[in-house]
Write a protein that binds this ligand. Sequence first.
Ligand code: PEP
Length: 255
Amino acid sequence: MRKKIVAGNWKMNLDLTEGAELVNEIFKGLPVLSEDKQVVIAPPYLHLTQTAAQLTGIIDVQLAAQNCHSEASGAYTGEVSASMLKSAEVAYVIIGHSERREYFKEDNAMLAKKVNQVLSNDMKVIFCCGEPLAIRDAGTQNDHVGTQIREGLFHLPVAQLTNVVIAYEPIWAIGTGRTATSAQAQEMHAHIRGVVGGQYGSEAAANMTILYGGSCKPSNAAELFACPDVDGGLIGGASLKASDFLGIVEAMADL
Ligand code: PEP
């Protein structure tokens, strides 16, 4: 049975003190989760060792990084490799967030290399996909997202898919307050599951966790998570406030 996940992506926010406080606040309010449900926290690189220490012994909450480099090591000033993240007890790495695709010009070929780095260091990938507004308006979002998935992931053998989570994040809904309707989310998630199934078979598709991201908040999380192909959320802005993040975690816990 596939896992349900609520993952918080802090992006480039919070200093070390604020980060430690937020993690403590989240711990205080964390509901009991069944074995098939998990919370993931993705702070900035600088926080990782501090957050890892706070997470010691807390099995319901896993640590994620927001990115890694596409090469194993070398002369890449300012960058962080997947093996460094592994040594900091990181369990998941977000790959292909739309902000990295847009501001850092990360294309699908580079993302495929990053996926390989993460998996070869025994971590899991949260692979982001999603269309800009112009593509949605043109009605070609299924092709756009299908290409992102094919070019970013389909070089993997089926055995590796258990270490991949897909996050569908329509760019027009990220940080805008404009959420995809639950019908739009369900339609795309079912499409993504179909694309995965077409390549890897129905069992692999049924086992794939597919998260929704884009202005998810406590007031809309329950409706989104109730969709049959939505397995939780990747949360940006609302992950920075413990009460909001916990409200979304509660929506998952209630499923
Ligand atoms: C994100 O950036 O992954 C995200 C979903 O952001 P927000 O929740 O703020 O829309």
